[in-house]
Ligand binder design. Structure first.
Ligand SMILES: [Zn+2]
Length: 240
């Protein structure tokens, strides 16, 4: 969380100083991930796509089966307008990039969207790789770097990389950003609720969708998966 790595609005992307800052932040973040997960480094190959997105590949024992893809993004929404405000006016009660742990929670930008998922997947891979585990299918883990502004330089380039190297309709299964554990949002429920998102409009290679042209002004462009119901595909992936 201490590597801000914020995605910038398209007009800011033209600013050379901001571009340099972003390159430094994303470079530092990936350097941190590389040194923190050494078993991942040995078990998986990591390919950088369009400078700051990454594709990890874990070769399986049976490469005849179509691989799985899990996806997360390492960029966050900037908070410049917040942290530059005078004390008392900012909506942040802690430094959003200090990685503060307070009252049993991690506080900061990216804690739930979505650096925790980047690190969560890498923790899983690290743990498994440290035991000598090798998956049956090939597993890909893609990390985008501009999801918060539409993914044109990250997810779209990653999708193009897969189309070029693995071909169309290449994945048996794909898992993207999910939902949260919510607490005290629904009045009559006393326990925290773990939300399981069973469907979302995503640009999904797994469902044989191609990434569509972004409608002008839309940030989260997408269309619904075709062919198979998401629920059915996920249940089948879990049991196969
Ligand atoms: Zn997100």
């Amino acid at each position: 969380m201490t590597f801000p790595a914020a995605s910038r609005a398209p007009q800011d992307a033209k600013n050379a100083q901001l571009r340099l800052e972003a390159a430094k932040e994303f470079g530092a973040l990936h350097g941190f991930l590389d040194s923190t997960f050494p078993h991942v480094g040995r078990a998986m190959t990591k390919t950088m796509v369009n400078k700051h997105s990454a594709i990890y590949h874990w070769k399986g024992t049976d490469s005849t089966q179509r691989p799985y893809l899990v996806y997360a993004h390492c960029d966050v929404v900037p908070v410049d307008d917040q942290i530059n405000r005078p004390p008392g006016e900012t909506q942040w009660s802690v430094d959003p990039f200090a990685g503060v742990i307070k009252d049993g929670y991690v506080w900061g930008r990216g804690a739930i969207d979505l650096k925790h998922m980047v690190v969560g997947w890498l923790e899983v891979f690290e743990d498994l790789a440290s035991t000598g585990f090798q998956p049956k299918r090939d597993i890909y883990f893609a990390v985008g770097h501009d999801e918060e502004i539409g993914g044109a330089n990250g997810a779209k380039e990653v999708a193009a990389w897969f189309a070029e190297h693995l071909g169309p309709d290449c994945f048996a299964f794909m898992w993207d950003e999910g939902m949260f554990v919510i607490d005290e949002l629904i009045g009559f429920v006393r326990e925290p609720i773990a939300c399981v998102a069973v469907a979302e409009k995503v640009s999904s290679l797994a469902e044989n969708c191609t990434i569509p042209v972004r409608p002008a002004g839309a940030l989260h462009y997408s269309r619904a998966p075709r062919r198979r119901a998401c629920v059915r595909a996920r249940v089948r992936a879990c049991v196969s």
